[in-house]
Design a protein around this ligand. Structure first.
Ligand SMILES: Cc1ncc(COP(=O)(O)O)c(C=O)c1O
Length: 382
């Protein structure tokens, strides 16, 4: 079996000649020019004009009053929680189907993550949230998974009914909207990630957005050790060093300048996948009335066995894929008899993300879909 795999791998290398990665950033704008400006000016650390410019433009793009940058999306979440004064003895409700950072940011603030199931829309299920609300609940984290919006109408209602904060985890959802408003402008506070595989990148980086000045001020202080201003070394609270560098912000600004183009291309990519895979037992996310920004084109197949076999087949053909996140409640740190999330388990076991980067060529999509069709016993697409 090992020899066969090695043979197939070598054959594939010769045939394909390259590997199609799941993601590659799209750095074909003013990135180099702005980076060179940083180097020329010597402002390579967290002081410099690009940090302010990126924050202002980002706030404008999302449609919020305030945005403060930081060194990654996890830090943005941690700052969001800290700036709401959530800590020891408090609980924060979040979905089982998410990246571990959502839960870690709660734990790193000393609070307890309360894990609930998702609905058929893959997003946190408001009914499950209601069941878990109690006196210790301080916030709900709405993770807009794979770029799709949560049911924010319901979640906002719950947050108002029980007077708990609504935090949006927009790491995967930059640019998408809900009822005409950009995600990240609807809850009390939101966190974004600019990791290299995100819709726009700064290398590593994150942003917190809010319309609440107090939250903005607290987060801005906490990301620089609790300083009011860094220059006078007077600190008013405990804090972290979570600042973004001018170099990262320079890349971020250049990326933001072409975000519409990037999203447009990603929507086209998804349309092509839908068209070429339409005759297969593959389920695409059903969008009733909202568009997506397709961070990753993610689909469901029949069951986990098929999913794993398909992934292996695509790997052997030079195509990189990703499984869904493991539901949090199945990980060793969170495993408990009391947590039941059957929907998250079903979706996670069947989910597969396909190459989705803006530079992906039409002929690459065709090749990937030909291979998926071949896996299902259908010969070349026309
Ligand atoms: C849902 C979600 N939340 C938070 C994060 C954390 O972002 P970062 O990797 O920038 O720390 C990610 C990153 O992939 C994510 O997918």
């Amino acid at each position: 079996m090992k020899l066969l795999n090695m043979y197939l791998h070598l054959k594939n290398k010769l045939q394909v000649g390259h590997k199609i990665q799941i993601y590659k950033p799209f750095l074909k704008g003013s990135e180099k020019k702005y980076i060179n400006e940083c180097i020329k000016s010597n402002y390579v650390s967290s002081k410099g004009k690009f940090v302010t410019q990126f924050e202002l433009r980002f706030a404008e793009y999302i449609g919020v009053k305030y945005a403060t940058s930081c060194c990654n999306g996890t830090c943005a979440l941690q700052l969001a929680i800290a700036s709401l004064y959530i800590g020891k003895g408090d609980e924060v409700i979040l979905p089982s189907l998410t990246f571990i950072a959502t839960a870690n940011s709660v734990i790193n603030n000393g609070a307890r993550p309360v894990i609930v199931d998702v609905g058929d829309d893959w997003q946190i299920n408001p009914e499950e949230v209601r069941k878990k609300i109690n006196k210790r609940t301080k916030a709900i984290i709405a993770v807009h998974l794979y770029g799709f919006p949560c049911n924010l109408d319901e979640l906002l209602k719950i947050s108002q009914d029980y007077e708990v904060y609504l935090i949006e985890d927009c790491a995967e959802a930059i640019g998408n909207t809900y009822n005409g408003r950009r995600l990240g402008s609807i809850g009390d506070v939101a966190a974004f990630s600019f990791y290299g595989n995100k819709t726009i990148t700064t290398g590593e980086g994150g942003m917190l957005t809010t319309n609440n000045y107090k939250i903005f001020k607290k987060a801005s202080q906490m990301k620089m050790h609790g300083a009011v201003k860094m220059d006078n070394y007077y600190f008013v609270s405990f804090g972290f060093n979570y600042r973004m560098t001018n170099l990262s912000a320079a890349i971020g600004l250049a990326q933001l300048e072409k975000i519409d183009k990037i999203i447009e291309r990603k929507r086209k990519i998804e349309e092509k996948y839908r068209k070429y895979l339409k005759n297969l037992p593959i389920t695409f996310y059903n969008l009733d009335n909202s568009k997506n920004i397709y961070w990753l084109v993610t689909v469901l197949v029949e069951n986990t066995r098929v999913r794993n076999r398909l992934r292996k087949f695509l790997t052997l053909n030079g195509i990189e894929t990703r499984p869904f996140f493991y539901p949090l409640h199945t990980l060793p740190m969170f495993k408990s008899e009391d947590i039941k999330c059957p929907v998250a388990e079903s979706i996670a076991g069947r989910g597969i993300s396909l190459p989705s980067f803006p530079g992906l060529r039409d002929k690459d999509i065709k090749y990937i879909c030909d291979k998926i069709n071949e896996f299902y016993g259908i010969t070349k697409l026309k």
